[in-house]
Design a protein around this ligand. Sequence first.
Ligand code: NAP
Length: 555
Amino acid sequence: MPKADNIGEQNYDVIVVGAGFAGMYALHHLRGLGFSVHVLEAGGDVGGTWYWNRYPGARCDVESMSYSYSFDDDLQQEWTWSKRYAEQPEILAYANHVANRFDLRRDIAFDTKVKSARFDEAAGLWHIETGKGGRLAARFCIMATGSLSTPKLPEIEGIGQFRGACYHTAAWPHEEVAFAGKRVALIGTGATGMQAAPVIARDAAQLTVFQRTANFSVPAWNHDLSDDEITEWKANYDHWRNRERSTHSGFHNEGGHPSIEDLDEHERLDVLEAGWQRGGLLMWNVFSDLMTSREANDAATAFIHNKIRKIVNDPETAELLCPKSHPVGSKRLCVDSGYYETFNRDNVSLVDIGSEPIERITENGLVQAGAEHGFDIIVFATGFDAMTGTMLRMDVRGRNGIALQEKWRDGPASYLGIAISGFPNLFTITGPGSPSVLAHVVMSIEQHVDWIADCLVHMRANGLDAIEASPEAEEAWTAHVQDVAAGTFYPEASSWYMGANVPGKPRVFMPYTGGAHKYRKRCNQIAAAGYEGFVLSPQGEESDTQVLATRRSAQ
Ligand code: NAP
């Protein structure tokens, strides 16, 4: 690894922040292209989301045969998933397998949180400082920091006072949490809370679920994969990966869904029932116009309400569980394994905190509706400061010392969700403004890493030193992201996509709703047109060791 001898810093071509699926692939790919790469990771090992989210019932809502890297066919062939939807330990085992197989850990510093990243215009370098006081420099900085990586605790008075055990689902302990015989409060009913509730309920003496907003969920129908299913996937991986790259969501089995207008009453119900029986996230586009036609959305809403009313025995509880505040799909659809059924258990109850919020947390439990409820364990499944939270907690400064906190004061602006004007040579993987959380995220990660890698190779081959999104291109793309979202029901919900779950966060719709396939095409067109919308600058100071290192590795 090249080391600068003049600035007392460890010096690389590329610093990658994060060793989740994005950072791991960025390291592997860029290293293979001859760049010196170093990864900084806050956690104790690889895996990102799957390292932190160890809560009971944690599982991926994307089908396992698909939720994996596609970049290496040997890797695809040698790994065998056990279930339709893989559970957290299996996905973490996969991440570990990848790290071992490609010898990734030798270039990753674990337990190392980035404190600041500052662009030095004179040297054309990013200076990174870590929480441990380490200092590094690199020509390029890639933020592979994930969209859901900063856990959000609720602002409830007295939150530090509780004497029992208290956990956020995204900072779950590595050792087992014993629920047997315990009175457990679960706060939050998003995708995480809905996965955790049925599992906690099986062991706990009593589970009380505190719901602020009812959310839509469809069954996972999770099951062991048969040998035939695995064989079929492995024999046709190329085909399925190409399918993924050609769809709106990045799911191989998306597509062919009718518009509600083409169906009569019976056909609509048949389509909805088929969607429910298939289960999983594809219910999101059970009608092609689910997110744009009120009629389609209302039909799906009524259908799911009826399912909930049939499953849940107590009519009052069922009614509380029926989401009525937002269109189906405008908050992330949840995929459950027995969530609604959980409320038929004698040891489970549901408390509506939408109408009567939790007043405060006490030493013994919490106060709600004027009464104190005692608990042994409180589980916060209250989500994340999503999409921007992690980057904004670092002191990231671009040209002229401008702070990202300042630049994104009114919401994130970016070009393609990859680059930020004023922040040269800084890339974001699955950043705000890209499909990211609205698409198959591993596929989105690979697309971004491949695009960035191609860009760096192009720069190296052409003696280019710096790349920066132009303010005009950034402005146009950011407006486009908003325009496309405005044509859908997404902005109608108070969702984390909108930043609505974090008090004081600007309400701006952050992911790109235009479709992963169209987005990929646009990114490719921009690269083919010589990185249209970017300003590329030739090499600067010859004394800079980094330029030499890059040039040497290109030879
Ligand atoms: P979330 O969707 O943001 O849900 C947080 C829950 O906590 C909501 O029910 C929210 O209520 C509640 N809440 C937040 N602040 C509260 C407060 N102050 N008082 C009371 N309740 C409060 O978070 P999440 O469930 O962790 O999921 C986040 C995302 O992670 C998902 O949407 C999904 O993209 C991803 N995820 C994926 C998987 C997977 O299988 N792939 C699994 C889990 C999560 P409101 O709705 O009223 O805000």
